[in-house]
Design a protein around this ligand. Structure first.
Ligand code: SF4
Ligand code: SF4
Length: 220
């Protein structure tokens, strides 16, 4: 998923074109959007999100002022689209960006996947934390009521200890929060727009979903 300078410039101009076409979603535009998504470099997503941050908060304010009735369904559909277009195996950004909470039952499954006793897994890969400290974006505790008392010890540079290259070494047994990231297909997205904007800095799927959402809703 490398992106050369020409591609970056093309992406910039196409994004500007999309933002200025006032909802004229021709088939050509749609095709161009798909091309953008598949060519975005995960290593550059932070840069692109920074370029869009101010605009994204303006978009959030418009959504909050006049929430579309089908926002969750639209975001979910875009999420499914971009999950098909962007290969997580070429990315792994989320596994380097967040410190992952795990509960005891998840730890047991992870230890089995690694072929070591739970106690050894706990000592080698996790650190104890108070659940009250695990507060997600928007001030919401995703794991309210759960027993996520442990977190992965992150490497330096920051990286989940289960990550091997860009792949999760315990994919079939990965924690719930990993399965659900980037949380685009959950209800009540209108109250999690700050989290979505934060995630545009990490996840190419989220970045592209939010960009296309602007066009789908004829914003601007
Ligand atoms: S457990 Fe797997 S999916 Fe979750 S952060 Fe670690 S490497 Fe990524
Ligand atoms: S969910 Fe997003 S950030 Fe995580 S690996 Fe897939 S594309 Fe990258």
């Amino acid at each position: 998923m490398s992106t050369d300078t020409d591609t970056q410039e093309a992406l910039t101009s196409v994004l500007e074109l999309d933002l200025n076409n006032n909802g004229d979603r021709t088939p050509t535009t749609v095709r161009m959007k798909q091309k953008i998504a598949t060519q975005i470099d995960p290593k550059k997503i932070k840069y692109w999100a920074g370029r869009k941050e101010k605009e994204n908060y303006q978009f959030r304010d418009c959504l909050k002022a006049n929430p579309p009735h089908n926002l969750d369904e639209t975001i979910s559909a875009l999420s499914r689209k971009y999950f098909k277009l962007i290969d997580c195996r070429e990315c792994g950004n989320c596994c380097r960006a967040y410190t992952i909470p795990i509960c005891k039952s998840e730890m047991k499954a992870l230890a089995i996947a690694k072929g070591i006793p739970s106690t050894a897994f706990q000592a080698k890969y996790t650190t104890y934390t108070a659940i009250d400290d695990v507060i997600a974006n928007d001030g919401q505790n995703f794991w309210d009521g759960d027993d996520h008392e442990y977190m992965f010890k992150m490497g330096f540079p920051k990286s989940c200890p289960m990550l091997a290259g860009n792949l999760c070494s315990v994919y079939a047994n990965r924690p719930q929060v990993c399965q659900e990231y980037p949380h685009l297909e959950k209800p009540d997205r209108i109250n999690h727009l700050n989290m979505i904007i934060d995630n545009t800095f990490v996840c190419p799927i989220v970045f592209n979903v939010f960009e296309e959402l602007k066009s789908v809703l004829d914003w601007r």
